[in-house]
Design a binder for this molecule. Structure first.
Ligand code: NAD
Ligand code: UGA
Length: 463
């Protein structure tokens, strides 16, 4: 039986599965795309006007393609049978218990997806790792699939890690820096790779489609995230030195970024990086290095995560120190709870650490975020087993102005563009004095704020 290429499926309708498949559907009108998930509520949301994730530009593409050649369904087994090309984009969180807890990737969802494919396959299938997985996962998946092989059923596993960033996912997918495809070096593997190259070649220039062996592709994804996060931890580490010496981290970042070998991107010092992946993927890399007997390599990368923790704690300490060493019963306005702008995602957001440390010290927080709901933020605290008196210390506001009323301080924790346009002199009038402003993202004009009368603290610049 030959591979049918007119239909593809994707198991996992999340931040990656949804936007990537919507893009394939838009760019390949001749392919029917089925996005599958076990979560009924998620699929119902994908089929409604209120998509389950906020991503600029996503609504339009889904509207254009849904029902035409883009379908969202919970019929996972049925569509796995129907389609010969199956992407797997399920979540791969950090293990919370057992061997490697807190560091290793939890591949339980992946194994379930693989078993579901094995059970329902009645012909050859190409299974594509879209999720970020530890290097050599394809070997494990191959074993699960092969152990369940039937006559006429053959599986080829490919690796196709995703490099999109939230908030810019649709642009990243439309014009990727590169598409990475890894596959087995035998004939079947090379044939499968070619089929997948042909899918992407519908809109990605051929020279940007890279093919490698499986392990290089799997590992490159972890390494890309590790390098990106390392740049942030590096500039954040330098921001601490700037605060001690009178240097300004923005000027330092600009000066070093002009060196074409260093480059200007991803050098914004901040309250710390967040998001579902950087920490998870580096911890996974650390765990892998340890498992392969490379403790020094493991320790080297572990520092990237450790420095990020230090940065979040330092920022909070700076807030408490400046406010006369106590925030007990003080109202503080929090601007932003998402882990970055243009997303409603709060996974591993630095706001979680900062807010919980401040609440431990008795602060009363009034939070405003354009895309996050209070329930979602509370769930984040629960997921991290952080319990506070949320009824008395954690309030959600519909706008920034209400958050600011009678507050002692404003904390900018997400770099939403809207935060730059506010009338801060009006805000100051509504606040207790001295009015503090802590810019955890360095997005505001600090000299102007100081002229208005704020006591301003930022990242990497002495007050
Ligand atoms: P997500 O949690 O948003 O989505 C995963 C979906 O998979 C969920 O809806 C879940 O219900 C579904 N699922 C789990 N097990 C299933 C099963 N057996 N059958 C059917 N559906 C199942 O996760 P995400 O953010 O989309 O990330 C997915 C993967 O992509 C992860 O490995 C992540 O590291 C990687 N990644 C994420 C991003 C990002 O920006 N979020 C970017 C690049 C790579
Ligand atoms: C990141 C990578 O950029 C993607 O390439 C990758 O596919 C994705 O992880 C993944 O594997 O999940 P994402 O986490 O969505 O994407 O967003 P980023 O733009 O990388 O930002 C991550 C965090 O770093 C955010 O909290 C952001 O505010 C922070 N950041 C970013 C800084 O503090 N400074 C910077 O200069 C850049």
């Amino acid at each position: 039986k030959s591979i049918r290429t007119s239909k593809v499926a994707c198991i996992g309708a999340g931040y990656v599965g949804g936007p990537t498949m919507a893009t394939i559907a838009q760019r390949c009108p001749h392919i029917q795309v089925y996005v599958l998930d076990i979560s009924q509520s998620r699929i119902a949301a994908w089929n409604s006007d209120q998509l389950p994730i906020y991503e600029p530009g996503l609504d339009d593409v889904v509207k254009e393609c849904r029902g035409r050649n883009l379908h969202f369904t919970t019929d996972v087994s049925g569509m796995v049978k129907e389609c010969d090309i199956i992407f797997v984009s399920v979540n791969t969180p950090t293990k919370t218990r057992g061997l490697g807890a807190g560091r290793a990737a939890d591949l339980a969802t992946w194994e379930l997806a693989a078993r579901c494919i094995a059970e329902n396959a009645d012909g050859p299938k190409i299974v594509i790792e879209k999720s970020t997985v530890p290097v050599r996962t394809a070997a494990a998946v191959q074993r699960v699939l092969e152990a369940n092989e039937k006559p006429d059923v053959k599986f080829v596993i490919l690796s196709n890690p995703e490099f999109l960033a939230e908030g810019t996912a649709m642009k990243d997918l439309e014009k990727p820096d590169r598409v990475l495809l890894g596959g087995p070096e035998d004939e079947d593997g090379q044939f499968a790779l070619k089929l997948l190259v042909d899918v992407y070649a519908n809109w990605v220039p051929r020279e940007k489609i890279l093919t490698t062996n499986l392990w290089s592709s799997e590992l490159s994804k972890l390494v890309a995230n590790a390098f990106l996060a390392q740049r942030i931890s590096s500039i954040n580490a330098i921001s601490m030195l700037c605060e001690k010496t009178g240097a300004n981290v923005k000027e330092v970042a600009h000066a070093i970024g002009l060196d074409s070998r260093i480059g200007p991107k991803f050098l914004n010092a901040s309250v710390g990086f967040g998001g579902s992946c950087f920490q998870k993927d580096i911890l996974n890399l650390v765990y892998l290095c340890e498992s392969f007997g490379l403790p020094q390599v493991a320790a080297y990368w572990q520092q990237v995560v450790d420095m990020n923790e230090v940065q979040k704690h330092n920022f909070t300490r700076k807030v408490i120190d400046a406010m006369f060493n106590t925030v007990n019963r003080k109202k503080i306005a929090i601007f932003g709870f998402a882990f970055k702008k243009d997303t409603g995602d709060t996974r591993e957001t630095p706001a979680l650490t900062v807010c919980s440390l401040l609440m431990s010290d008795g602060a009363i927080l009034h939070v405003y975020d354009p895309k996050v709901t209070r329930e979602q933020a509370l769930q984040e605290f629960r997921d991290h087993r952080l319990e506070f008196d949320f009824e008395k210390q954690f309030f959600w506001e519909e706008d920034a102005e209400s958050a600011v009323q009678d507050s002692h301080a404003i904390l900018i924790l997400t770099e939403w563009d809207a935060f730059k346009g506010y009338d801060y002199s009006l805000f100051r009038k509504r606040m207790r004095k001295p009015a503090f402003l802590f810019d955890g993202r360095n997005i505001l004009d600090h000299d102007k704020l100081a002229d208005i009368g704020f006591e301003v603290h930022s990242i990497g610049k002495p007050p």
